[in-house]
Write a protein that binds this ligand. Structure first.
Ligand code: G3P
Length: 219
């Protein structure tokens, strides 16, 4: 399972990239807006920090505009992955970009029907938003299970990877892995939460206290 960092904060990405646990990055216009920095500069910096795909989202809503913006984004670095919304224009742009060999992440997916269309449009990734579905009383992970089940019926033609997005807590990551999702993209805070367990902290404290009593040093 691949881990992507869902942030446009370059300092956070640099810190996480150094752990070797991060395979890519996803951004969206809201995350870029939070940085207060020019979009293309931010994407260029992230692409230098992480060799894997870096999703950069178009903001045009018409297919021609999306393709024009995608052209600029693709010039930034070879690991840019174009993010388009799950609309008819987005799907049309996805098909055109995929035919040119570009990687596309079709985002804002909230139904299995939409995910089928993303695969048919040649998306490299489809992003079901689990947290936002949970927020409105639906079961986000049910959507992930449905998409995986459908895609597995067409291994030769549906090559789209399921990128679980809008992750809010470690339970989402574990469930996504249990289902066999290809990628989980998560805020840095969730990546850090995954590490922590109170029994690990307590156990380490005990080991170090006992070690100190020996008066020994390694090396
Ligand atoms: O990158 C898109 C997605 O992960 C957004 O998450 O928390 O704003 O629903 P959230």
């Amino acid at each position: 399972m691949k881990f992507f960092a869902d942030t446009a904060d370059v300092a956070e990405i640099a810190e996480l990239a150094a752990t070797g646990l991060i395979d890519g990055v996803t951004t969206n216009p809201s995350l870029v807006a939070k940085t207060g920095r020019p979009f293309l500069d931010v994407i260029a910096e992230i692409c230098r920090l992480v060799p894997g795909p870096v999703s950069a989202e178009v903001t045009a809503t018409d297919h021609q505009g999306m393709l024009r913006e995608a052209g600029h984004l693709l010039e930034v670095a070879s690991n840019v992955c174009i993010k388009v919304p799950l609309t008819l224009d987005g799907l049309k742009a996805c098909r055109a970009l995929a035919d040119r060999g570009a990687k596309v992440n079709v985002t804002l997916c909230f139904s299995p029907a939409q995910a089928i269309l993303a695969a048919k449009a040649g998306a490299a990734f489809v992003s079901p938003f689990v947290g936002r579905l949970d927020d409105v009383g639906h079961e986000g992970m049910r959507l992930v299970a449905d998409i995986l089940e459908i895609y597995r019926n067409y291994p030769a033609t549906f090559r789209t990877e399921v990128l679980v997005a809008s992750i809010r807590h470690p339970g989402h990551v574990v469930e996504a892995a249990r289902l066999g999702a290809d990628v989980a993209t998560m805020p840095p805070s969730v990546i850090r939460q995954l590490v922590r367990h109170p029994l690990t902290d307590k156990g380490l404290e005990g080991f170090l206290a006992d070690w100190a009593k020996t008066g020994q040093r390694i090396g």
